[in-house]
Design a protein around this ligand. Sequence first.
Ligand code: DC
Length: 239
Amino acid sequence: MNQTNEIQSAPAAEFISVAIDGPAGAGKSTIARRLAAELGYLYVDTGAIYRTVGYHMKLMGIGARDADGIRRCIDDVNIEISYQDDGLQHMILNGQDVTELIRSPEISMMASGVSAQSCVRDYLLEMQRTLARTHNVIMDGRDIGTVVLPRAQVKIYLTASAEIRAERRYKELLAKGEKLRYEEVYTDVVKRDEQDMNRPIAPLKCAKDAVVVDGSYMTVNQVVAEIKAIIRKKAEAHG
Ligand code: DC
């Protein structure tokens, strides 16, 4: 990847950044995609970028915890993000569209594993910041409000109980024809929470200035409406 990773944190003043962080399966992408469409912002799914790196490492036969192997291979990862008419954020890895291939439970765990490596996080940081410097963005992930865009104008921590998150993931996977038991999906959700929250670098945590939204018992429409109201309130406060 041909990026420099100089540390500089603020999104350009004329663009608005909305950071949505939270654990796996909290509904971040569904909500963020809807918000972006309604507000005319660019939706950036940062999990998809980590998944693409995880997918590359799997292709290369490198394990999620093989720090040396990952460091050796990271420069061979060339990621392009392409926004197409289907509304999806297409991930292009070394020229191949891997958008669908990165959605399996195996790649979820690979992404969670490789994302704990500092060389991977450093590598992706500037890509994410550049998007926020050049667009109004709704960016979702784990460390957007804490590390990637600490000066985002709006920060949301979207969460839901592990049982409810696992149930939603289970239904999504069933609909895609994956044959899994609910218990396996629940175990994966809890394991990913544990990995994502307890890694030493950029762990998932609620930023001090984030608004917590617990979507456990809310519909998508209700969560979207609540976050839109938060964005409106912040915009009014900033004049
Ligand atoms: O949001 P997701 O499930 O697609 O993310 C996949 C993994 O990528 C997640 O388990 C942790 C990692 N990730 C991260 O470390 N930082 C981000 N900003 C986004 C995702």
